[in-house]
Design a protein around this ligand. Structure first.
Ligand code: SDX
Length: 431
């Protein structure tokens, strides 16, 4: 506890005992300050109560900043709009890991290293055969990343910066391969090995789409080769998903980091947490919901269902714990959709239904009064569908983008001397 003379303090009174307690207010560089209540239980014998952590800061961090009111998102201080427009996903990965953007040479070296590390051990490839053909790729992805830990147990005890970065580069480069293999396993077709002559994003699309031997096959709209506009669109989607402060899956990753487990099982736990439809699984649910609504004239009825407190139907892709304004990533994706409309033939019935939902929800008192705006997941699905990517692969694509954020947060946790094992308490209401 602190003396009241220091103005940067907060005094609380327990009216049951008339005791007062004073705590420090800690200020960050931006965003809300925090009340340092680490001695609160020792001082008062009381716990604080905050299910879902709506008002709780679990750590200090220099990685990502979100201003929910303004709809602002920055990675290492750089605005997401700048990164999405002027930088590649790999530059964003370098920025998150190294706290600055790379020089041309550094980017070249980083790109080469990521390309060379994309291969999977033959033994790990056998794991995919254990899964049924209709296994959801998220199940395979999470299991394969846990298995990856057994191939690299040297990452349990990391002693220096170089080892941290090698561990991080390895998982960033292998995730797209694992995701593509999980997809091809679900189709029962042979895997396409990574091709070191292709960029990170083009390599992933090729591993997803090519016929055995790497030959591109005819896609629905007839074009053979993967178009640059598709690579650019997906690369932007990866950048927009790279990190997002202390969201649910990052909180899980930090929780696993706090017990001292292998970094790759922390990532695997993050994948599991992301799968839920309240979180990263929402992008797949958005498209499933648009398909279920089926036509523009049915939209109004579903909006009423979403507003009905007795109906657990929710509008997927709407609302956010932090953004009480437009999700800046959603804005960028909306612009990208408009830009790609012709080139990727986005004018589909699904797009028309999505636009109708947006039009109604953005002016409806229920959504406006609760600050429910479209979030990133509302727009991703339309673009990914146009890239011939099936909806079961939408959340794995979120995983590919977010892995760099998770591993950067994991490293920050490990380097923070104040880190402790995550062990919240409870209000016991049992016998
Ligand atoms: C992601 O945290 C992150 O940063 C996540 C993420 C990231 O990059 O890591 O941004 C990615 O997960 C985006 C969110 C994807 N999820 C969805 O689109 C699923 C639909 N959205 C909701 O489930 C909800 O909005 C959440 C989970 C996103 C946020 O939930 P909160 O903050 O706990 O809000 P809440 O449930 O307390 O809702 C507040 C009110 C409630 O109504 P009242 O009780 O006040 O009457 O808003 C209502 C809710 O019923 N509400 C919705 C709604 N979302 C909230 N009503 C209808 N449809 C919705 N989508």
């Amino acid at each position: 506890m602190q003396d009241t003379a220091n103005k940067n303090t907060f005094t609380l009174t327990n009216n049951q005992t008339e005791e007062t307690y004073t705590y420090n207010i800690l200020e960050g560089t931006r965003g809300p300050s925090v009340l340092d209540i680490r001695t609160f239980f020792a001082d008062t014998g009381l716990f604080t109560y905050d299910p879902g952590f709506t008002a709780t800061a679990a750590c200090t961090s220099t990685i990502t900043f979100i201003d929910g009111k303004k709809g602002e998102l920055r990675y290492r201080g750089i605005a997401i709009e700048d990164l999405a427009e002027h930088h590649s996903y790999l530059e964003t990965c370098f920025l998150l890991l190294n706290k600055r953007l790379p020089s041309k040479e550094e980017l070249n070296d980083f790109d080469l290293e990521i390309r060379h590390r994309a291969y999977l051990h033959r033994g790990l490839q056998k794991l995919f055969d254990a899964f049924p053909d209709d296994a959801h790729p998220m199940a395979t992805l999470s299991a394969a990343v846990t298995a990856l830990a057994s191939f690299y147990d040297e990452h349990i005890e990391i002693q220096n910066e170089e080892a941290y970065l090698e561990m991080a580069h390895r998982i960033i480069s292998k995730i797209p391969t694992i995701a593509a293999f999980a997809y091809r396993q679900s189709l029962g077709i042979p895997f396409i090995e990574p091709d070191i002559d292709l960029s990170f994003t083009k390599n992933f699309l090729t591993m997803m789409r090519a016929y055995p031997g790497g030959k591109m096959h005819l896609c629905a709209n007839g074009h053979e080769e993967i178009k640059d506009v598709e690579v650019r669109a997906l690369d932007t989607i990866f950048t927009l998903h790279a990190d997002h402060e202390q969201n649910a899956s990052t909180t899980v990753v930090r929780g696993v980091a706090s017990t001292g487990a292998h970094p790759y099982v922390a990532i695997s736990s993050g994948i599991a947490a992301l799968w839920g439809r309240a979180h990263g699984g929402a992008n797949e649910s958005v498209i499933a919901q648009l398909e279920y609504i089926g036509s523009v004239d049915k939209v109004e009825a579903f909006i009423e269902k979403a507003k009905d407190p007795n109906d657990d139907f929710r509008l997927m892709g709407f609302g956010h714990r932090v953004y009480k304004n437009f999700d800046p990533r959603a804005k960028i994706l909306k612009e990208l959709q408009d830009e790609l409309r012709e080139e990727l033939n986005l004018d589909t019935e699904l797009m028309a239904i999505a636009r109708k939902i947006e039009e109604i929800a953005l002016s409806d008192e229920y959504f406006v009064s609760r600050n429910l705006y479209p979030n990133i997941d509302f727009y991703t699905g339309i673009i990914l569908t146009a890239l011939q990517i099936p909806k079961t692969m939408f959340t794995p694509i979120f995983v590919i983008g977010r892995t760099v954020g998770w591993i950067t947060q994991w490293i920050e946790f490990k380097k923070d001397e104040t880190s402790k094992i995550a062990r919240p308490r409870q209000l016991y209401t049992g016998k």
